[in-house]
Design a protein around this ligand. Structure first.
Ligand SMILES: [Zn+2]
Length: 247
């Protein structure tokens, strides 16, 4: 048994399982892990999240300089575009995901979500790794390929919390064994689900709120979300507001 303190984790921006007929909204999960020596941000959201991300971190008492490590689950735009807000943080991305981009495999599978110029601009910052590695004591990298070949989650070993990125996009798909959109292999994606069912008590999906995994089933969500969308269709009627929530 280890005598280390429990790692503290919290969702900074909640993932929302929503899509639209006007392209990907990309409302992904951003998660913070606090250990004795590190503040690790897992994914950074999309560009539209920028101000809110800083605001939410500020509410937790952290500025961008307090983040010591960035862990990118994969290199889709809705998970990476705010990494430049944290210039002092060590940046981690799996070797398999780097290969996916470097070897242009993402083009051959028509993956439209990789911001390659942004990758090139930041590539010198990246530390890569392969397979299951200890990131810091108590946190292990978990390959969850399928959605992309290099998709990788983080497991808080003692707490059995798996931050899954888009290895698991939402509870709906996971409960039905429907793989997420696959730019890697469907077989890998389903094997990644099985791995997650085996190792995690709590799963933080890429586009949903955290849920409890009991005997391989989604047993309970740990949070709710509330979304308000405002729009002005024309000058003659008042602003319209659409709300939706998980309750
Ligand atoms: Zn993705």
């Amino acid at each position: 048994m280890t005598d280390r303190q429990q790692l503290k984790w919290s969702v900074v921006l909640p993932g929302i399982p929503v899509s639209s007929n006007r392209g990907a909204l990309g409302w992904s999960s951003v998660t913070l892990i606090e250990s004795e020596n590190h503040r690790i941000l897992v994914d950074t959201g999309s560009y539209g999240d920028r101000a809110l991300l800083l605001e939410k971190l500020g509410q937790k008492g952290f500025g961008p300089e307090d983040i010591t490590m960035l862990f990118l689950t994969h290199f889709h735009f809705d998970h990476v575009l705010n990494l430049d807000l944290f210039p002092k943080a060590a940046l981690y991305l799996s070797e398999a995901e780097r290969d996916y981009i470097d070897q242009k495999d993402f083009l051959s599978v028509h993956d439209p979500f990789v911001p390659e110029p942004f990758y090139r601009f930041n590539v010198d910052r990246i530390t890569s790794f392969s397979g299951e590695k200890c990131l810091v004591p108590g946190i292990r990298t978990i390959p969850l390929p399928g959605h992309t070949p290099g998709m990788t989650g983080l497991l808080l070993e003692q707490e059995k919390v798996l931050i899954a990125g888009d290895g698991i996009k939402n509870g709906y798909e996971f409960a039905r064994d429907l793989p997420p959109p696959v730019f890697g292999s469907k077989r890998d994606a389903l094997a990644s689900y099985r791995k997650a069912r085996d190792i995690a008590d709590i799963i933080v999906p890429g586009h949903d709120r955290p849920f409890r995994n009991r005997d391989g089933e989604v047993s309970a969500y740990l949070d709710h979300f509330f979304i308000e969308v405002r729009f002005v269709p024309d000058p003659w009627i008042p602003e319209k507001i659409i709300t939706f929530s998980s309750r």
